[in-house]
Design a protein around this ligand. Structure first.
Ligand SMILES: Cc1cc2nc3c(=O)[nH]c(=O)nc-3n(C[C@H](O)[C@H](O)[C@H](O)COP(=O)(O)O)c2cc1C
Length: 213
């Protein structure tokens, strides 16, 4: 039985990446902890006996820049890691490679990786309702396979698909936050928006910001 501790490194604004990462972690072990990259994190060093499960959603075929910035605040000593990207059934393009490279840069050795489909958080009709029961089962079984790999000491570094120049980031033209009649301008959304896309003093005003995610 593998005795490594597991830390989940997660960025999941609408929760689907977290659902999949939770199942993978449950397939590996009973208990795990979480570093939530949705919020700002301090610079920190991860203990060397920790397996890192890094899971992020795909934005424009890439890793959201804010997730890269926050992962880069971590320091590891050759920790084994798993790279997971979750995408809205268009394509994950270079995101898995970019995530692996980012984990390499903080000193990890990536021993497994995967791309999972989930509901598209901007166009909810795409892959609606996913991850479904099958996806959850696949994620859990993937976690079990990782545990088996570790038990057999099979810790070879993997290669993953993607182009090393990475896909160009395009501004998310025309994509602005939108309120409806239920908005009471409490400002909660502005506080939690990870990219500062909402005006705290008046969330109803739609700023003409153009974000390259
Ligand atoms: C700004 C933005 C860009 C996205 N770009 C892609 C993409 O390039 N390919 C894709 O298949 N899905 C894309 N998606 C969909 C997300 O990857 C998908 O919905 C993911 O499951 C969201 O994860 P979360 O629920 O953890 O936030 C994008 C979503 C957003 C918000």
């Amino acid at each position: 039985m593998n005795k490594q501790k597991v830390i989940q490194l997660i960025f999941s604004p609408t929760g689907t990446t977290k659902k999949i990462a939770d199942e993978i972690c449950k397939g590996i072990c009973e208990k795990f902890t979480t570093i939530d990259l949705y919020f700002e994190i301090e610079k920190q060093t991860i203990e060397s006996n920790v397996l890192i499960i890094a899971a992020i959603p795909v934005y424009g075929g890439r890793v959201p820049h804010i997730a890269v910035e926050r992962i880069m605040k971590l320091n590891t000593a050759g920790n084994q890691a798993v790279a997971i990207v979750v995408y809205g059934n268009r394509a994950y393009d270079d995101a898995l490679l970019e995530l692996k490279d980012t984990l390499d840069m903080i000193g990890c050795k990536v021993i497994a990786g995967g791309a999972f489909v989930a509901e598209h958080s901007m166009i909810r009709e795409i892959a609606a309702g996913r991850p479904d029961r099958n996806d959850i089962e696949t994620a859990f079984n993937f976690g079990k396979k990782i545990a088996d790999k570790l038990n057999c000491n099979d810790t070879k570094e993997i290669t993953v698909p993607g182009n090393s120049g990475y896909k160009d980031k395009k501004p998310a033209n025309g994509m602005t936050p939108k309120t409806n009649k239920a908005c009471i301008a409490c400002g909660k959304c502005a506080k939690v928006c990870p990219v500062g896309a909402i005006l705290a003093d008046d969330p109803k005003k739609l700023p003409k910001i153009v974000l390259a995610v």
